[in-house]
Write a protein that binds this ligand. Structure first.
Ligand code: NAP
Length: 317
């Protein structure tokens, strides 16, 4: 099968299209998916960049084809204990465990991490959802999201943020999105009640206080956002980088309301997202679409940090 493998080492690691055997051992609880589309997440290149840095010219130069968590495709085989999914089902899901590399023509995924895809979505649209939408949903839940509460979403135009805005609105929250000038109208169209332009000075001084501050950029910490939190305000971070990785858990240890999201894939949550899509409450937001052979360019686009929604890679058209 065709799959993406890494070549080179260190920061110069390249993603190359390779021909490789499909070495899948299908566990009892796994399904084998013919992958139609996958999407790109910052975690892929962050993690692989570190792995690549760890490789030396004397060590392994060829890292495993670890790329890709999100997938949408068709079940072509299943383990003996798989329930509720059959060969021929159109599915979507994600698995952060490294054995599922979705930038390949076929991928194995545990049955708990995959669900039937929303019928109204193409494979390309469905592949854009799992990791980002689960992060949006699970982060909002951790913050105690509920009708009538106010939430500030910092990074409202990106892969996670654009979905968090829509889910928070569906939950009946008052949503304020933080984004740059070029994305103000876009974030309003996603449903935000108010938008704040982070390029126009330090908005934290005047934005007011919120029940939940969901920092999707993971640039902020509970301390930098202190003034944005109401009396019982809850700080949530995607915690993918920088000081927030340390500051959020520390703040929590001090008994404050602060959490980092560690996204997990559950069939029930994917099912919930499917319901939201079918209700018309959640729409995929796609920044750009690449073919498998152009995976390197797709990752470069994601690494730019300027994506409006998700980057998707089509594997079968
Ligand atoms: N812990 C977990 O389980 C988990 C799961 C998913 C993601 N993450 C992490 O969450 C972060 C976001 O992921 P993502 O997929 O949403 O990333 P993304 O799509 O690459 O985010 C890009 C967006 O961020 C906006 N942005 C950049 N700087 C900003 C700032 N200072 N203030 C407000 N918005 C800003 C950009 O808008 P402009 O171009 O307008 O600036 C762009 O729309 C990453 O660090 C990722 O690793 C963690």
């Amino acid at each position: 099968m065709k799959a993406i493998a890494t070549a080179g080492w260190g920061p110069k690691t390249k993603l190359v299209l390779s021909e490789m055997p499909a070495p899948f051992s299908l566990g009892d609880e796994d399904v084998l998916v013919e992958v139609h589309a996958a999407s790109v997440n910052p975690k892929d290149w962050k993690l692989n960049y570190h792995l690549a840095m760890a490789a030396t010219p004397l060590g392994t130069r060829r890292l495993p084809p670890l790329f890709g968590d999100d997938l949408a495709g068709v079940v072509v085989d299943k383990g003996t204990r798989v329930q509720g999914l059959d060969v021929g089902d159109e599915v979507y899901g994600m698995d952060m465990r490294l054995r599922t590399a979705s930038l390949a023509e076929q991928a194995v995924i545990n049955q708990q991490r995959v669900a039937k895809k929303p019928k109204s979505l193409s494979f390309t649209e469905a592949a854009s959802l799992p990791l980002a939408a689960l992060t949006a949903l699970q982060g909002l839940r951790k913050g105690g999201a509920e009708q009538g509460k106010t939430v500030l979403i910092i990074g409202a135009s990106g892969g996670v943020g654009s979905l968090a805005v829509q889910i928070a609105k569906y939950l009946g929250m008052q949503v304020t999105g933080v984004c740059s000038t070029r994305n103000l109208e876009f974030v309003k169209q996603l449903g935000a009640d108010a938008v704040i332009d982070y390029t126009q000075g330090d908005y934290r001084k005047s934005a007011g206080a919120f029940d939940i501050v969901y920092d999707v950029t993971s640039y902020e910490t509970p301390l930098t956002c202190k003034v944005l939190l109401g009396e019982n305000g809850h700080f949530i971070s995607t915690g993918g980088q920088g000081l927030s990785m340390v500051a959020t858990p520390l703040y929590r240890l001090l008994g404050k309301k602060a959490n980092s999201v560690v996204v997990e894939s559950y069939r029930e949550d994917l099912g919930y997202l499917t319901e939201l899509v079918e209700l018309g409450a959640l729409h995929p937001v796609i920044d750009s679409v690449y073919s498998l052979v152009d995976s390197d360019a797709a990752y470069a686009r994601n690494r730019s940090g300027r994506c409006r929604g998700k980057v998707v890679i089509e594997i079968r058209s």
